[in-house]
Design a protein around this ligand. Structure first.
Ligand code: ADP
Ligand code: MG
Length: 321
């Protein structure tokens, strides 16, 4: 199988490369052509996953395909964009057809779930690395930026945190996942391998949230980006941070909280909005939790129930570092 047959077989003919709204031309020419609907901007984001750095070398190909796309699409969700198309630049050490088949199926499963189509890419030989570039459409001048948080806003997260961070030792084989009850195994591995881009919530927050981002590096680190870009400080009430039950089942309470605060890889959204909007948002998205507020100043400050500052915890798991 040569490079062109490989592209045909595993990518051009894959389920994720068939059709798609706003795609005028897909795989096969020098460029793909997208139609950006009138009044919308094109949102673009790239993520690279390198074998041995961002995922273990023996990672299951199907799960890797799902995750590579999910983490990229999560950036579209964070801007309030609707997915349109993505490109895949893949570097492969050899042509391993069962691996490619599983990878392509994983990619297609996540693409169908997110409503995004594969429109092109690049295929090269070398150490395994996967680069996904996603493109989406977002109403002009309305994208959810990191820079819009206002003093007096409340800070929210879209759901429980910490499960993906807690899963890492099992994913890399430091701990034996089979030692866990079946249900916990599934929850942990799903949290890591199949993060769910918060597309519906992101779109819903257009015109409601003042600032938003997706939590990839950990709540504290990522909230630091909102604080810096917006020129404000964020006060986070430690007791209000929702900790994923899967994390609580494999870690003690302190470590589970630490994973929620700094573990990363959860791909939930953090966003700020006026307090008056919270009730409606929580009615429509019951998993949303208020975890703090936007104040003047700078940085991210963790406080206890009495409002006293809590010494910053150490950063949690440093993935594959
Ligand atoms: P060019 O030499 O013009 O850059 P290529 O020969 O690299 O084009 O690719 C031919 C077509 O196949 C292009 O449309 C390209 O986008 C697509 N393609 C190449 N690799 C991939 C891939 N891994 N996934 C999807 N499409 C791909
Ligand atoms: Mg060309």
């Amino acid at each position: 199988m040569n490079e062109f047959e490989l592209i045909q077989h595993f990518f051009t003919r894959s389920a994720c490369a068939q059709g798609g709204e706003n795609i005028l031309l897909g795989i096969g020419d020098d460029c793909a052509l997208l139609q950006i609907p009138a009044g919308q901007s094109c949102a673009v984001s790239t993520d690279t996953l390198v074998s041995g750095i961002h995922f273990p070398e023996q990672a299951p190909a199907f799960l890797l395909g799902q995750r590579a796309l999910a983490v990229a699409v999560s950036d579209l969700a964070a801007m309030g964009a609707t997915p349109v198309g993505f490109t895949l630049a893949i570097t492969l050490p050899q042509i391993d057809t069962p691996w490619l088949q599983a990878f392509s199926e994983g990619l297609s499963a996540m693409a169908l779930q997110c409503g995004i189509a594969l429109i092109g890419g690049d295929t090269t030989r070398g150490p395994l690395a996967i680069t996904v570039t996603v493109m989406g459409a977002v109403p002009q001048s309305r994208a959810l930026l990191r820079s819009g948080a206002r003093v007096g806003d409340v800070l929210c997260v879209s759901g429980a945190l910490g499960a993906a961070g807690a899963a890492v030792p099992y994913v890399v084989g430091e701990r034996d996942v089979h030692s866990l009850p079946e249900r916990v195994q599934q929850q942990l591995l799903a949290a890591y391998w199949t993060p769910q881009p918060q597309l519906e919530l992101g779109r819903y927050l257009l015109g409601k949230a003042h600032a938003a981002l997706d939590i990839s590096d950990g709540l504290l680190a990522d909230c630091g980006h909102i604080a810096k870009a917006s020129g404000v400080s964020l006060q986070i009430q430690q007791t209000q941070v929702p900790v994923a039950s899967a994390a609580e089942q494999v870690l003690d309470a302190h470590a589970a909280l630490q994973s929620a605060l700094s573990g990363g890889d959860d791909y939930q959204l953090a966003f700020t909005l006026p307090a008056s909007a919270v009730a409606q948002v929580q009615h429509d998205f019951p998993a949303v939790r208020v975890i703090g507020q936007v104040c003047s100043g700078s940085g991210v400050h963790l406080v206890n129930a009495a409002g006293q500052s809590v010494a910053a915890l150490r950063r949690g798991y440093q993935h594959f570092e």
